[in-house]
Design a protein around this ligand. Structure first.
Ligand code: ACO
Length: 356
């Protein structure tokens, strides 16, 4: 009889981020639309955001973040089996942003594809990486969240323009013992909520025309008030779901890396989970909402700041257009920046050392 192959888990072995140099502050917006620094800060928690240079497309931002993640993981582009890019702002509709990144990175062996799940895209990407690694379709998956939202924001619409920023975050995912690394991922969608956050034109339903450009239909339109309660509920519910699947509860969380859409949303989720402030990571004041890039950017900052300890229970949670939402719970396996865990030091676990 054929021996059953062992289940294998997956874990993050390297992270990287990149944000463009140009800073757009709340004071800059006071000169552009009818708004104020006080309003933006009080309602969103945002002070400033980064804006890509004219020559930079999403793949350029993704390239910097990916190179840093590969370096931290101690591998080269040749080692990558799959590239999953979560984005709503690919360089072009065809080819995919992931294929463009593959070429720029020189990851010639990798299968490359984009995932459209708006702000939940990075969580979806981790779910996909976990699936293909678990099924032994791939050993090394590069998951990237990247956005150049400045290209699809209407800078005359104060309801949206103050919220968004550009940036990229990346993670290298590799096999590990099933008891550590990514313990669970929940992924959800509800197309009935699609009209709450929409770019009306540019797709097959409403192709680009002079009229669509004049009506600014290629920019994000949002019903922020409707999104707010959905965001709080969906992030809490999916994180609890992922925790339960991992046999854990909210009190087991050492750190939460939430999507950065609005500080008030993050605070409401934290209160519902009954977590102290120091367990909820926040950087929205510096980058605004970078959609699918917000979680991997925050994660990389946490890694580099030494905020994540070996064996920590880490929760990721996001919601976004679609509507989409989802969460991921991990038992952290990197002993220090760039170093995979040793077998002995993760409680109750074997190792995060890559297995083939
Ligand atoms: N400056 C000043 N006033 C503003 C601004 C602004 N930038 N934007 C809106 N206003 C006005 C509105 O026009 C409204 O005026 P009115 O009462 O005269 O009509 C007033 O402020 C209050 O607007 P509200 O919508 O009630 O403000 P609210 O407190 O709900 O905050 C916000 C708005 C920040 C958009 C909030 O609803 C929110 O964060 N919602 C969730 C949005 C979100 O998460 N988006 C991203 C989701 S998915 C993704 O990440 C891509």
């Amino acid at each position: 009889m054929k021996r059953q192959r062992e289940i294998r888990g997956s874990t993050i072995v390297g992270t990287g981020m990149y944000v463009p140099e140009r800073v757009l502050t709340n004071l800059d917006f006071e000169k552009m639309v009818d708004t104020s620094d006080e309003w933006i800060l009080e309602r969103t928690g945002i002070r400033e955001r980064r804006i890509a240079a004219p020559h930079q497309a999403s793949s350029d931002l993704a390239l910097h973040a990916s190179e840093r993640a590969l370096a931290m993981a101690g591998i080269t582009a040749d080692d990558v089996d799959q590239i999953v890019i979560a984005t709503t702002t690919p360089d072009r509709f065809l080819p995919s942003c992931a294929c463009t990144l593959q070429q720029k990175l020189g990851a010639s062996r990798a299968a490359a594809y984009d995932v459209f799940a708006a702000c939940t895209g990075f969580v979806y990407g981790l779910g996909i990486a976990r699936g293909v690694i678990g099924a032994r379709i791939a050993d090394t998956v590069l998951v990237v969240g990247v956005e150049t939202l400045s290209r699809i924001v209407d800078y005359t619409d104060r309801n949206t323009c103050v919220l968004f920023g550009d940036g990229a975050g990346a993670a290298v995912v590799r096999p590990c013992d099933p008891d550590v690394g990514v313990l669970s991922v929940s992924m959800h969608s509800d197309g009935a909520l699609g009209e709450v956050l929409v770019i009306p034109a540019g797709g097959s339903a409403r192709p680009a025309s002079v009229e669509t450009v004049q009506a600014r239909e290629h920019a994000i339109q949002m019903q922020g008030k409707k999104l707010f309660p959905f965001a709080v509920r969906s992030m809490e519910d999916s994180l609890r779901e992922s925790l339960a699947e991992a046999g854990l509860g909210a009190s087991d969380l050492d750190l939460v890396v939430p999507h950065q859409a609005n500080l008030r949303i993050i605070d409401a989720v934290r209160e519902r989970l009954d977590l102290p402030q120091e367990k909820m990571l926040i950087n929205i004041e510096r980058y605004g909402n970078t959609s699918s890039a917000s979680i991997p950017i925050l994660l990389d900052e946490a890694v580099n700041a030494g905020r994540l300890k070996l064996g920590d229970i880490v929760g990721l949670s996001a919601f976004g257009g679609g509507a989409t939402w989802g969460s991921c719970v991990m038992r952290w396996t990197m002993a220090r920046k760039g170093a995979p865990a040793s077998t002995a030091s993760v409680s109750g676990a074997a190792a995060a050392v890559p297995q083939s």
